[in-house]
Design a protein around this ligand. Structure first.
Ligand SMILES: Nc1ncnc2c1ncn2[C@@H]1O[C@H](COP(=O)(O)OP(=O)(O)O)[C@@H](O)[C@H]1O
Ligand SMILES: [Mg+2]
Length: 637
């Protein structure tokens, strides 16, 4: 018997429409696949909306709400989030579904700041600027894959949305407030001010809330980062990198190096060590660095734009006219000046008056960079090439292939995804060398942990869980130690440290996000013979307590599958989970079980079995372009 939701008539079982009033009767609940995921929820609410709309014309209210909804949706989606729902005058956005990115909290905060900017351009029904508040919260939620808001199905469960809404309620007007997890994940990227602790419904203790004021530089945590820890291991990789630089200088040749490794393995650090080596030499070298961005508009050649800006001294805040002037100051004083200018302006985000084909742009950019290297040895670093568009990769190949007679070293850093998406990148080139980073050994990781704890002796009860969980990944080792310190779980014993009584090594959210993001980048369908093998294992202890102490992490994997599903990505993930469960040593993750010391676990290692890394090879560059074709007088800014 199914009661009609409209007229209450009792219908036969199985009836699709009410026999009395033809209202559609609810379809039986679909079985939806569920996953536990760490998401960042953005909750945005208008201030004083009810009061201001009370006496207003409903059409005006509707127009205002539509403009506001459209603006916030566009800004959430531009940062890779999805709109979960609109509730009256509130907008709920989620970052981390369907695919997680390791920088979801950062994306959410950026979207929040952009929504506040957008509000200043909109009007409320009374004609004043729109006033709103944004709250952001990062935490675990149960995500229903394929849920449809139209069918009344909820995308998220858990108190993530509620908490975001409460955090929103303590944000200042036209302000973005975030909870502790979001703050911890994004503290290096934004300027924050701590607000009064807020009492949130359902939470006993007041929680810490922070206001995001502004983004620091839009890019370049890697560029500006100072590394405080001693550099351990990697002797051979560093020697190779230095050797290639020396060769570039000695033979005035172009070389392309790609440092490849999973997140946190030390790609940027290796490049920073090369910088240290070059910086200590008596001869001058030009070093320029740019980074590929994972999202946003007009980012295809962003990294190259950054390099050009660094070279010309253009600041992010410079208006176009100033940028143009600074560019003009480094252009060659020949009749090709305007030709260069027109082709370089687009890299600065300024429209050129004459358009050019890609090949011509590439030629102009290459010749400009050759001009820089002609002055003195030059290193150009392209960080995070796994986010690069095909067009930027094509330009790098063009540059490495055709630039000649100048000491120019091109260094890229990339995660293995680069080769999963572009298996042929740089393989054609004979002056290209990949450097594939392996995990640090147990002994090297232990040295790093000692340095992080500023001690030479670490008790095995403390060292072992960190070594196991870090799996040779220096970033993970750093994050675990940082969390132990931040959460006050360590106590000093003489000159050493030990875990406090009853404390367990928690699982940092940043590490969790990196693993989840990596899982989500795996392509949905793998040919059966490429099915991933048991090379990936969950971090030991990932089933233990959530850092908040209130929840447990999913067992075996950052994502836990509840309902069966037929999607290839899901099947692939399930098979990975199964194989990781099948590992005999997985049981040693249980407290009290001794770990198997022979093979260090590599929780971050996710292998699709597909990455094909190119073989290393070197060559002398073919001279194709006469040296006279290059601009001769260029100033190094
Ligand atoms: N060989 C190493 N010795 C000491 N610390 C390292 C080493 N490699 C990386 N690190 C540290 O680990 C963190 C992550 O390294 P990073 O180079 O940013 O990783 P990636 O660029 O591969 O994501 C940094 O804080 C870095 O200083
Ligand atoms: Mg890096």
């Amino acid at each position: 018997m199914a009661a009609c939701p409209s007229c209450g008539h009792e219908n036969r079982d199985g009836a699709k429409f009410c026999e009395e009033c033809a209202t559609p009767l609810a379809a039986p609940a679909r079985a939806l696949a569920e996953e536990r995921k760490v998401v960042s929820v953005l909750f945005c609410d208008l201030v004083g909306f009810t009061a201001s709309s009370e006496d207003a014309d409903p059409e005006d209210v509707d127009r205002m709400l539509s403009a506001y909804a459209e603006m916030s949706r566009a800004r959430i989606e531009a940062h890779g989030g999805v709109v979960e729902k609109f509730i009256g005058d509130a907008v709920v956005g989620v970052f981390g579904v369907p695919a997680a990115h390791e920088d979801d909290p950062e994306r959410a905060v950026r979207a929040g700041l952009r929504i506040v900017e957008g509000a200043e351009e909109l009007e409320s029904v009374g004609g004043e600027p729109l006033r709103l508040r944004v709250g952001i919260n990062t935490g675990e939620a149960l995500v229903r894959l394929g849920a449809s808001a139209g069918l009344g199905e909820r995308l998220l469960s858990g108190d993530a949305i509620n908490t975001a809404s409460r955090i929103q309620s303590v944000a200042p007007e036209l302000g973005v407030a975030v909870g502790l997890s979001t703050y911890e994940a994004t503290a290096p990227v934004f300027d924050y001010e701590e607000l009064e602790p807020a009492t949130l419904k359902g939470k006993q203790a007041p929680v810490r809330v922070f206001q995001a004021k502004a983004a620091r530089a839009r890019f370049g945590t890697d560029l500006t980062r100072t590394h405080n820890t001693p550099f351990v291991g990697r002797e051979v990789d560093l020697a190779l990198l230095k050797g290639i630089f020396d060769k570039t200088v000695a033979s005035s040749s172009v070389q392309l190096v790609t440092v490849v490794g999973e997140p946190g393995l030390g790609k940027s650090r290796l490049v920073a060590e090369l910088f240290g080596y070059i910086d200590a030499r008596p001869d001058f070298t030009t070093w320029r660095q740019g980074r590929c961005l994972p999202y946003g508009e007009g980012i295809t050649f962003w990294a190259l734009g950054e390099i050009l800006k660094a070279h010309t001294g253009i600041l992010e805040s410079d208006p176009p006219a100033v940028a143009d002037e600074k560019l003009a100051a480094v252009l060659p004083d020949t009749d090709e000046r305007e030709w260069f200018r027109q082709r370089l302006l687009p890299l600065l985000g300024i429209e050129a008056s004459s358009s050019a084909e890609r090949e011509e742009l590439f030629t102009a950019w290459r010749r400009f960079l050759e001009g820089i290297a002609e002055e003195r040895p030059t290193v150009l670093v392209f960080e995070d090439l796994h986010w690069a568009d095909e067009a930027l990769l094509a330009f790098l190949e063009h540059l490495a292939d055709l630039a000649e007679g100048v000491p120019l070293l091109l260094v890229g850093t990339a995660r293995p995804e680069l080769y999963e998406r572009n298996p042929d990148y740089a393989t054609r080139l004979r002056n290209a060398t990949p450097i594939n980073l392996a995990p640090l050994s147990q002994e090297e990781t232990a040295r790093l942990v000692s340095a992080l704890l500023e001690t030479t002796v670490i008790p095995v009860e403390l060292q072992q869980p960190i070594l196991e969980r870090a799996g040779g990944n220096p970033l993970y080792a750093e994050e675990f130690v940082r969390l132990l310190k931040d959460r006050d779980l360590l106590e000093r014993v003489g000159s050493s440290w030990q875990l406090k009584e009853g404390a367990d090594v928690p699982f940092p959210e940043s590490v969790h996000a990196l693993i989840a993001a990596r899982l989500d980048t795996l392509e949905p369908s793998f040919p059966a013979h490429h099915a991933p093998t048991a090379t990936w294992r969950p971090p030991r202890g990932s089933s233990r307590r959530h850092p908040s102490g209130s929840k447990t992490w999913p067992t075996c994997s950052p994502t836990t599958t509840r309902a069966p599903s037929t999607s290839p990505r899901r099947r692939e993930r399930q098979s990975r989970q199964k194989s990781s469960r099948d590992l005999p040593c997985a049981s040693s993750a249980l407290p009290g079980n001794a770990p198997s010391a022979s093979t260090p676990p590599r929780p971050w290692r996710v292998s699709s079995g597909r990455s094909r890394l190119p073989q290393s090879a070197t060559r002398n560059v073919r001279p194709l372009w006469p040296a006279s074709a290059r601009p001769s007088t260029m100033r190094d800014a």
